[in-house]
Design a protein around this ligand. Structure first.
Ligand code: NAP
Ligand code: HSE
Length: 429
């Protein structure tokens, strides 16, 4: 016999409307496979007058999200409206009322995760957020369950579909930045305000979640250093390709004896790295564990249908718990993180300089790197006279030392401009 589960959904935009369509169109198949009869009782939207791609009975759609949370027929709440404060208050209230919550909202989980996990624990109900990182890719459950006993050393991810789509279109088709961004928006990959995508803020929220789950230590979104792709130059994309690199926006979370760090920024990645082959809106997460070795998870990281698949999986998981009536213990516990300051994180830099080509220039530049304790790995020059370009790749050194070196170089007389600085992610030191 099937058991009816009343669902309330906060938001019916890209993800919410795809979820509602699945719950309606695949109702019979889902019931046959899971024994669960889902009934969408309430859906909150901002604008009741907007045309919708789905149909629900009269009275289900409301512009008051509190009606969704407080409806006694709503046994499980799905939050896909986005934002931090209002969504957070609604999720908190649902959990306090003993209702399981499924959310796709990484901004919310990364900023108020500890508070929400505590509320879920108090009420003995699940708080699930598989869709918050990597869209349709199963990554939250593998990290928090399958790999719960694994000493994870490093997680590197392409976790923003919009930026990977833009970088792929620019690198492969020579598309303009604005044109590629507009395409990503039209395809439903981008956040309502795409600044969060291109600035790296969206990926930083995901890095916070990945780091917290990988290391079992809470890494808040404010602990993640981030930079975006807005200032990337086509010149660097061309040089990267010439020298055997792809440029990707990566989220990197690492654990060493000194502590934990999490960061997001564009990197030059050797073309033979598995993440270099990830194109378009596809996301991928590469995990290095002490015992398990290397794992790669990849798939569609954005868009309504794939994200709704992850949300639906959580809904089914949470509904089984509701019907079993069992109290749910949190799947992962977080201890305070011992964080490494970003200034102390060791990275390799690629620096593009516009310089005068005359005797002694390279020696001055090399001297400035040396004075800051940064060792040069390779140097490449193009052009001559007043139009010379120097490309320098350094060995690994602390961020603060790399920055001090480049600040000193910018003041040297023959240096016309520090045209760009990017980090290089490769195995060697
Ligand atoms: P969206 O298309 O902008 O949809 C947001 C929905 O929430 C809309 O239906 C909107 O109503 C409703 N809403 C917003 N504020 C509201 C309020 N105060 N009261 C009632 N309803 C409100 O956003 P989305 O792309 O579906 O994303 C939703 C969440 O999923 C976000 O947290 C996002 O980060 C996450 N996510 C998105 C993707 C993706 O590919 N899009 C992937 C993974 C995770 P109207 O329709 O009336 O405007
Ligand atoms: N805007 C996000 C992206 C959606 O482009 O990846 C998935 O979180």
């Amino acid at each position: 016999m099937e058991s009816t589960v009343g669902i309330g959904i906060l938001g019916a935009g890209t993800v919410g409307s795809a979820l509602i369509q699945r719950l309606v169109d695949d109702h019979v198949a889902i019931a046959a496979k899971t024994g669960l009869d889902f009934s969408v009782r309430r859906v909150a939207v901002r604008d009741l007058g907007k045309a919708r791609a789905f149909e629900v009975p009269d009275g289900v759609l409301t512009d008051d999200p509190w009606l969704v949370v407080n409806d006694p027929e709503v046994m499980l709440v799905v939050e896909v409206m986005g934002g931090r404060d209002r969504a957070g208050d609604l999720v908190f209230a649902a959990l306090e009322a003993g209702k399981p919550v499924v959310t796709a909202n990484k901004e919310l989980v990364a900023s108020r995760g500890l508070e929400l996990v505590a509320a879920a624990e108090r009420s003995g109900v699940p708080l699930l957020f598989e869709a918050a990182v990597g869209g349709g890719i199963p990554i939250i459950r593998p990290l928090s369950e399958t790999l719960a006993g694994e000493p994870v050393e490093r997680v590197m991810g392409i976790v923003n579909g919009t930026t990977n789509f833009i970088l792929s279109r620019m690198a492969e088709d020579g598309a303009e930045y604005g044109e590629a961004l507009a395409e990503a928006q039209a395809l439903g990959y981008a956040e309502p305000d795409p600044t969060a995508d291109v600035s790296g803020a969206d990926a930083a929220a995901k890095a916070s979640i990945l780091a917290s789950l990988a290391f079992g230590a809470w890494v808040g979104v404010d602990d993640v250093y981030y930079e975006g792709i807005e200032d990337l130059s086509p010149i660097d994309m061309a040089f990267a390709s010439e020298f055997g690199y792809a440029i990707k926006l990566l989220a990197v979370a690492e654990r060493s004896a000194a502590g934990i760090s999490a960061r997001v920024h564009p990197v030059l990645l050797p073309v033979d790295h598995p993440l270099a082959a990830i194109r378009g809106a596809t996301n991928a997460v590469f995990i290095e564990g002490e015992s398990v070795g290397e794992l790669l998870f990849s798939g569609p990281g954005a868009g309504g249908a794939p994200t709704a698949t992850a949300v639906l999986g959580d809904v089914i998981d949470a509904a089984r718990g509701v019907l079993a009536g069992a109290e749910v213990a949190p799947r992962i516990r977080f201890s305070p993180a011992e964080l490494i300051r970003f200034d102390d994180v060791a990275t390799k830099w690629y620096v593009r300089l516009e310089v005068e080509d005359r005797p002694g220039v390279l020696a001055e530049i090399a001297g400035a790197f040396g004075d800051s304790g940064v060792s040069i790995k390779s140097v490449w020059q193009e052009g001559a006279g007043d139009e010379a370009l120097l490309l320098i790749v350094t060995h690994r050194a602390a961020e603060a030392d790399q920055r001090a070196a480049v600040e000193a170089i910018a003041k040297l007389d023959p240096v016309r401009q520090v045209a760009s600085v990017l980090r290089v992610e490769s195995e060697e030191a």
